[in-house]
Write a protein that binds this ligand. Sequence first.
Ligand SMILES: [Zn+2]
Ligand SMILES: [Zn+2]
Length: 321
Amino acid sequence: MNALQLEKIGSLQLKETHTSETKPGEILLKVTHCAVCRTDAKMWERGQRDLVLPRVLGHEICGISEESGKRFAVWPGSACGHCEDCRRGTENLCREMQIIGFHKDGGFAEYVAVPESSLIPIPDDLPGEIASLAEPLACAINGLRQIRVREEERILIYGAGSVGLLTGLAVSAQNASPFIREIRPDRLTRSEVFRDRIGMTCAEDCKEHRFDAAINAAPSSDTFLQGLSALRPGGRFCLFSGLIDDQPIPVPAINEIHYRQLRIAGAYGCTAAQMKAALNILADHKNDVKLLIEDHITLEQVPHILPKILAGEAFKFVVDV
Ligand SMILES: [Zn+2]
Ligand SMILES: [Zn+2]
C-alpha cells in the first residue's frame, strides 16, 4: 500500500509498504480521510515527545471496515485498560499509552491497524471529511472539561486557528460564550464567517474584560500571562497548547495565581468518550464546520502544505486517501 512515512526529522516520503499487520483485538481499517494536524507539521519540522521514528504520521483518521462496511472515526490512543487512570476514565493519561501516528503507524496510508476499542461509529449523515475533525474537537472538549466550563460562562480563547475555532464551537455547544483573541488580522478576517455562525465574539469588542476561564490554542508565553490577568478572581486557565518560547514566568504572575485564587489546568489529548461527543457536535454543525476545511489533498501533496500549516496560514487540509 502507499504510505507517507516520516523517515527522520524533515524527511517525509511516500512509500510502497506492506499493509499494516493487525494484532489480536485490532482491525484493519481502510482510511477514507485523514486531516493534517499542526502537530504533524511540528513533528516533521522538529519532532515531538511521543514520536517514535520512522513513522507513518496522521492521527485524525476516518475509515471504513471492508468487512462490515461501517464507517468509523478513530480515537488515536490505545491505553492499557486496567491502570488507575484507565479505570478513572482518563485513559489519555495512561502511562502505557500508544498513540496512532506517534508511537504506532497512522492514517497517512491506505490502511491502518486500529484497536477495536478505538473505533467510534460515524453518524450516518455526517460526511467523513467533517468526521475527521472529531479528534481535534475532542481535544478541545477535554480542555474545557479540565477547567469545568459551565453554562453561560465567558470563555476567552487565544488563537483563531482551526483548533481555537473548534474550541469556540465546543464552548457554544456547552451553552457558554466563546471570545477570541488573535493578534493576526489575516486570521481574524479568514475566520469571520465561522465566528459569526457560532457566536464567537472578538474579545477586543467587548466591554467586560473579566473572563470566567481562558484557554490557549496558541503557543506563545504571552497568551499565558495575558490570560491570567484577563481572568476574574477564582477564574481558570487551561494550558491546552504547550509553550514554545523560553520566556520565564515572572514571579508577580505566579503571585497573581495566589492572591486571586486562580486555577491552572493542563490538557493533552482526549478520551474515546470525548471523541463520541465531538462527533455529535460535528453532526449538528456540519455546515459551519465545512468552513474550516481549507482543501482536500492527496498523500503526495502533504509535504508541500506543511510549511503553510506551520505559518498558520490555513485551516484544515484533509487527505482523501
Ligand atoms: Zn491533531
Ligand atoms: Zn492504563
